[in-house]
Ligand binder design. Structure first.
Ligand code: NAP
Length: 311
């Protein structure tokens, strides 16, 4: 019998348990799915989120994989007790949610919706037509499961999309770049910049004074990636100098964002509370089940984290 330990928050267990049980049953695979085991050495797979008590993976000597419920693994990738293969979450629901959030905020800036949403003061202002999307440059930094889907969706709306990743990529409708020189090319003249790389030592302060200066005047920054991707002081300076028009920020170096943080009161910043996209139990449970069942049937594990790269 395969033993699968669910090591996440109690509330997640309530959400995930029925979908996991249904998923394994649909595959015809009999597993012992549990939140507790008497002997850690009996555990075959661990479904994991960092918000729980399990921090020491050493007793799980026979665990074949740890499957994260989160796409971002920066809180766990440095855990030296975790020597088992680590898989990050790739979930169609998570991807769809991120595409909707990114496209929504990109369109809001593209169309200048805030002018009217905040300008209900009785003044009938003349129309200043935005450019068509085909005349607007967008940069998407990070072309993984989430970034590639967002880049494709924006390209389908006919934005001029430049994407950037660590390794070279080809995505229809997206001009893809990689490497330091590629970053400059992707950012140069971009009017909307979307951050969807993971948080790693290599991506810390990806947007800093120098890279921000490559964007078009009055550009918009949208960050659903992770807080450390941005040098906060450089961002505030660029907003204050008028170099940037606006920043929509979903993620922060400290979460929840402290009440006295300058982002909250800044007139050119919108803070959203890390809600760009959530892992949805209904679809994520199936992604985990497919990965475990595939592995039991001899397939390689999917979505493996590269420990050296940090994501
Ligand atoms: P992913 O599939 O691992 O993709 C990461 C992308 O970033 C890849 O294209 C990767 O390049 C690129 N990248 C990584 N390091 C780089 C570097 N040093 N230079 C250039 N490119 C680099 O991750 P994902 O599933 O798309 O998720 C991306 C991030 O979104 C997560 O790590 C998490 O932080 C964030 N997230 C946020 C929310 C939210 O609600 N706000 C929800 C889920 C996820 P390669 O393609 O060459 O590997």
């Amino acid at each position: 019998m395969t033993t699968v330990l669910f090591a996440a928050r109690d509330a997640q267990w309530v959400e995930y348990e029925p979908h996991l049980r249904a998923g394994f049953a649909a595959e015809g695979v009999d597993v012992q799915l549990t939140t507790e085991v008497a002997d850690p050495a009996t555990v075959d797979y661990i479904i994991y989120s960092p918000a729980n008590a399990l921090q020491d993976f050493r007793p799980y000597t026979n665990a074949k994989a740890v499957l994260s419920l989160w796409a971002g693994v920066e809180e766990i990738v440095g855990n030296t007790t975790l020597t088992q293969p680590l898989c990050r979450m790739v979930d169609p629901g998570l991807t769809e949610g991120m595409v909707e959030w990114v496209v929504g905020h990109a369109m809001r800036h593209h169309l200048g919706m805030d002018t009217h949403i905040h300008g209900q003061d009785g003044a009938w202002r003349g129309l200043v037509a935005p450019p068509l999307a085909r005349n607007r440059k967008v940069a998407v930094l990070g072309l993984g499961a989430l970034g590639a889907a967002c880049a494709e969706a924006l390209a389908a709306l006919r934005f001029q999309v430049a994407g950037w990743s660590r390794r070279e990529k080809q995505i229809d409708g997206v001009t893809c770049f990689s490497g330091d020189d590629g970053l400059k090319k992707a950012l140069s003249g971009a009017e909307i910049c979307i951050l969807l790389t993971p948080s790693t030592p290599a991506t810390e302060n990806l947007l800093n004074a120098q890279t921000l200066s490559l964007l078009a005047e009055e550009a918009y920054v949208i960050n659903p990636g992770r807080g450390p991707l941005i040098d906060d002081d450089a961002l505030l300076s660029a907003l204050d100098s008028g170099q940037l028009a606006h920043a929509t920020l979903d993620v922060f170096r400290v979460e929840p964002l402290p009440v006295d943080h300058p982002f909250w009161a800044h007139p050119k910043v919108i803070v959203t509370p890390h809600i760009a996209s959530v892992t949805r139990a209904e679809t994520a449970a199936l992604s985990v089940v497919e990965n475990i069942v595939g592995h039991l049937r001899g397939e390689p594990l999917r979505n493996l984290v590269d420990r050296d790269a940090g994501y």
